[in-house]
Design a binder for this molecule. Sequence first.
Ligand SMILES: Cc1cc2nc3c(=O)[nH]c(=O)nc-3n(C[C@H](O)[C@H](O)[C@H](O)COP(=O)(O)OP(=O)(O)OC[C@H]3O[C@@H](n4cnc5c(N)ncnc54)[C@H](O)[C@@H]3O)c2cc1C
Length: 321
Amino acid sequence: MKTLVFIETDSGVAVGSSWEALGKALSLGGEVEALVIGHAVEAVAAEAGARGATKVYRIDDPSRALFDLELYTEDVKAVLAETNADALLASHTGNGRDLAAAVGFDLGVGVIADCLELKAEDGKLVGTRPIYSGNILVDVRVDGRPQIATLRPRAAAPAPVTGATAPIVDVAPAAAKARVQVQAVERAETGEISLTDASIIVSGGRGVAKDPDLGFKLIRELAQVLGAAVGASRAAVDAGFIPYKYQVGQTGKVVRPDLYIACGISGAVQHLAGMGSSKVIVAINKDAEAPIFSVANYGIVGDLFEIVPALTRAAKAKLNR
Ligand SMILES: Cc1cc2nc3c(=O)[nH]c(=O)nc-3n(C[C@H](O)[C@H](O)[C@H](O)COP(=O)(O)OP(=O)(O)OC[C@H]3O[C@@H](n4cnc5c(N)ncnc54)[C@H](O)[C@@H]3O)c2cc1C
């Protein structure tokens, strides 16, 4: 099976989760090639080779500096025709999901979107994805060729840099003009560390219920000292303690930080689905029998309202902040 992986770029830099799509494609076996579209993306194309793609197609043009669905769709279709790939894989970012759907529509093939897992069976992609608001996980195959799938960010490890090199094939842009022109992109400045990019996350659950405002204030203080992002369980979100964008889990964000500190979170399977691959898990819970302790590397049995500020004080002293 030959897989073409779309490497998304932003201002000449690869979108991190594209390397996860590449990593997943490599784990499927077979031949893996990459397609980099953007402007001034020479380094990204070289990195795709260093991370294991055997050939890299590059469309490097000022007209591709900003993601433009119409232009990118034509580019991807042209490269798919040239490589004769059996499968196209992209990260399930906003742009990745748009692109996969548009390419699938034009080619008349199905798309397995938002996969949490992907495998190859008899030369066919099988994607595991949530349906019915995450109540059920289903295995999906699609008819037609190429098979197209998108992989949820953080659902796989990025392809490691091996130092390999791959031939880079420059391809001319397939179309010059689109009906809609993207003129600029304005970024929302939240000043917060993004949950999906964070290497440390401090999360709060229903355990803050006796004083949610204070609970999340303490969690935010610890996060700030550690340079961490703040996360939450669905129970905390459903109770209105914190907005949905902070939710970690099966129906929230999938995260893979180096350190995940769960405060007052019981460890339901749907929460673990979003953070179980964290490198080190620390759980703070007043119930020694809470299931979170069975996945935690370090457990603290006690009241988060006492332990979180104590950790913040200790971290401040240790890190000199
Ligand atoms: C289809 C579906 C999808 C779902 N998706 C998600 C999802 O994406 N993310 C998610 O998180 N959940 C999800 N859930 C919900 C999940 O099943 C749990 O209900 C939820 O994770 C529980 O959140 P919690 O651990 O904060 O609350 P609880 O299970 O109520 O746990 C609270 C914990 O806090 C501890 N505690 C209480 N007070 C303190 C204190 N003062 N100090 C320390 N510890 C204290 C308690 O001992 C308890 O262990 C989903 C459920 C369904 C059915």
